[in-house]
Ligand binder design. Structure first.
Ligand code: GLU
Length: 476
C-alpha cells in the first residue's frame, strides 16, 4: 500500500502555525513512508475563502520546504460529488430534510440547559410525514439535511498518536447537519464532515493526520464512511500547540502566521526544525538541530506526544541564531540585502556589504536584527544619552581630535587593523587618556551608542565610506 496523506487547509486566513505544524507531520510521515503528500484547498466557505489566502498558504509551505505531490485539489470544484453522496444517503433513508428553525433550536437548547442537559438536536424531524414536510415547505422554511446518528452506536478506532479511542453516538450532538440551504428539490451546500469524507475517499487517502481539535469530527466521519460504504483511513491526532500559559495558541498570542515569522527574520530551516519538535521527541542519540530530511528518515508517530506542546520562543530563537551563525556570509548577505533595500539603503559595493554581513552575523538572532544593527552603517545615527555622556569624559574629545587630525593629515583609503591600532595608540598618548576611554568614545562617535559589533571592523567599514571622519567631526 502506498501511503497517501493530505493537508486540507481552509483559505480563510494566512498559513497558521498550527496548520503548518500539521503539514510538517504529514510531510515527514509521507517522506518516511515513501508515499504521497497531497494538498486539498477547502474553500467551500465562499464568504471567508480568499484567493490571496490560498496563495499565502502555498507560498508558506514552499518556503518551509514542504513540497507536495500533484496539483492541489480544489474542494469547491467537487460540489456535485458531495451532493451525489448526500442524495445516496437520502435515498437510503440514512439522511433526511430537517425544517427546524434557528429560533426553535434556541428554545430546545435553553430547555436542555435548564434541565442541566448538554445541548443537542433532539432528532425531532427524523420521521416527518410527506404532509408535514409539505406544510413546512409551504411556510417557506429552508431545510438542512441531517445524517442519522444513533445514540446507541459506539464508534471505535485506533489512533496512531492516542491509541484506542471510543465515542458514543449519544455524545455527538444528535443527527448531524451535512448540508445547509437545502429545499424540497435541492441539496444545498454540503458541509465539512461530509465533504471531507467524500474527498479523502476520492483522493485515496490512507492516513489522516490532523490536529487534536478534530477528534469529535473523526467519530462523525467514521459513521459517514460506514454509511457511504467507503473504507476509512487510519487517523493520527497531533497535540495542540499551546501558548506559554498552557492555553491553545491563538491570534491573541501575537504572531501566529508563517508569513509573520518569515517577516520577523526566522529562517525556514529553524522554523521547520522547531515545529517538528513541537510534539515530536527526537530518538535517543539524535541532535535536536536537524533538517526536515534528517527528521523524515527516522520519523514515526510512536514519538509524537499526546500532551499539548507549549510554544517556547527562547528555543525557537536559539535554533534560529544557531542556524544564522553557521551560514556562509554570501547566504547571509542574500537574506539581508532585501531587508536593507526595503529601508532604501544602498551599499557602497558588494564587497563592503559582504564585510558588513560578516561583521553582524555572529550577533544575529533574527534576520530582522540585521536591519537594526546595520542602520548606523547606512544612516548617520543620532547620539544616545550614554554616548553623549561618554564624550563628556575627561580627555575623550582631545583624543578623538588627535585621531581625526591623523586621519585628515594622511588621506588613507581605509583603516585596517594594524593602522587602527597604531592610530589609537598615538592618539591616546598625545591626549594622555587611556586607550579604553578612547575606544569607548570612538564607538560613541561612530555609532551613536556604546554597544555594537567589533569596533575596529566597524571603523574600517565606515572609513571606506569616509564617514568615520564626518562622525568624529560632529562630536568635537
Ligand atoms: N479544513 C479543515 C481545517 O483546516 C481540515 C481538517 C481536516 O484535516 O480534516 O481544519
Amino acid at each position: 500500500m502506498t501511503v497517501r496523506v493530505r493537508l486540507a487547509p481552509s483559505p480563510t486566513g494566512k498559513l497558521h502555525i498550527g496548520t503548518a505544524r500539521t503539514a510538517v507531520f504529514n510531510w515527514l510521515f509521507s517522506r518516511h513512508q515513501k508515499g504521497k503528500f497531497l494538498l486539498r484547498i477547502e474553500d467551500t466557505d465562499k464568504d471567508r475563502s480568499k484567493p490571496e489566502f490560498t496563495q499565502n498558504i502555498l507560498d508558506g509551505l514552499s518556503w518551509l520546504g514542504l513540497d507536495w505531490d500533484d496539483e492541489p485539489v480544489i474542494q469547491s470544484e467537487r460540489v456535485e460529488e458531495h451532493r451525489l453522496a448526500i442524495s445516496q444517503l437520502l435515498d437510503r433513508g440514512l439522511a433526511y430534510r430537517c425544517y427546524v428553525s434557528e429560533q426553535e433550536l434556541d428554545v430546545m437548547r435553553e430547555a436542555q440547559k435548564a434541565s442541566g442537559l448538554p445541548p443537542r438536536y433532539d432528532n425531532r424531524h427524523r420521521s416527518l410525514t410527506n404532509e408535514q414536510e409539505e406544510i413546512y415547505q409551504a411556510e417557506g422554511r429552508e431545510a438542512v439535511i441531517r445524517f442519522r446518528i444513533e445514540d446507541e452506536t459506539t464508534i471505535t478506532w485506533t489512533d496512531m498518536v492516542r491509541g484506542p479511542m471510543q465515542w458514543r453516538g449519544a455524545d455527538l450532538g444528535g443527527d448531524m447537519v451535512i448540508a445547509r440551504r437545502a429545499s424540497a428539490s435541492s441539496i444545498g451546500d454540503p458541509l465539512y464532515n461530509l465533504v471531507v469524507v467524500v474527498d479523502d475517499a476520492a483522493m485515496a487517502i490512507t492516513h489522516v493526520i490532523r490536529g487534536e481539535d478534530h477528534i469529535a469530527n473523526t467519530a462523525k466521519q467514521l459513521l459517514l464512511y460506514q454509511a457511504l460504504e467507503l473504507s476509512s483511513p487510519t487517523f493520527a491526532h497531533t497535540p495542540l500547540i499551546l501558548n506559554p500559559e498552557g492555553r491553545k495558541l491563538s491570534k491573541r498570542d501575537g504572531v501566529t502566521s508563517i508569513s509573520d515569522f518569515q517577516a520577523m527574520g526566522y529562517t525556514s530551516e529553524a522554523l521547520a526544525n522547531y515545529m517538528t519538535l513541537l510534539g515530536w521527541s527526537v530518538p535517543e542519540g539524535m541532535d535536536e538541530q536537524f533538517t526536515l530530511l534528517e527528521a523524515a528518515q527516522c520519523f514515526s508517530f510512536d514519538r509524537v506526544n499526546k500532551a499539548g506542546a507549549k510554544f517556547d520562543w527562547d528555543k525557537l530563537n536559539w535554533l534560529n541564531a544557531q542556524l544564522l551563525h553557521g551560514w556562509p556570509s554570501l547566504k547571509l548577505l542574500e537574506a539581508l540585502e532585501p531587508r536593507w533595500q526595503r529601508e532604501g539603503w544602498v551599499a557602497k559595493d558588494r564587497l563592503w556589504a559582504n564585510d558588513l554581513a560578516i561583521l553582524l552575523g555572529p550577533s544575529l538572532t533574527l534576520l530582522e536584527d540585521g536591519v537594526n544593527q546595520a542602520r548606523p552603517f547606512f544612516e548617520e545615527p543620532a547620539l544616545e544619552d550614554d554616548a553623549l555622556n561618554q564624550l563628556e569624559q575627561d580627555g575623550a574629545r582631545p583624543a578623538l581630535q588627535a585621531l581625526l587630525c591623523s586621519l585628515e593629515l594622511n588621506a588613507w583609503d581605509g583603516v585596517d587593523v594594524e593602522l587602527a591600532q597604531t592610530l589609537l595608540k598615538e592618539a591616546s598618548a598625545s591626549a594622555d587618556v587611556k586607550k579604553g576611554i578612547l575606544m569607548k568614545s570612538l564607538r560613541a562617535a561612530l555609532l551613536g551608542r556604546l554597544q555594537g559589533p567589533d569596533l575596529i571592523t566597524t571603523w574600517g567599514l565606515l572609513a571606506r565610506l569616509g564617514d568615520d571622519r564626518k562622525r568624529l567631526r560632529r562630536c568635537l
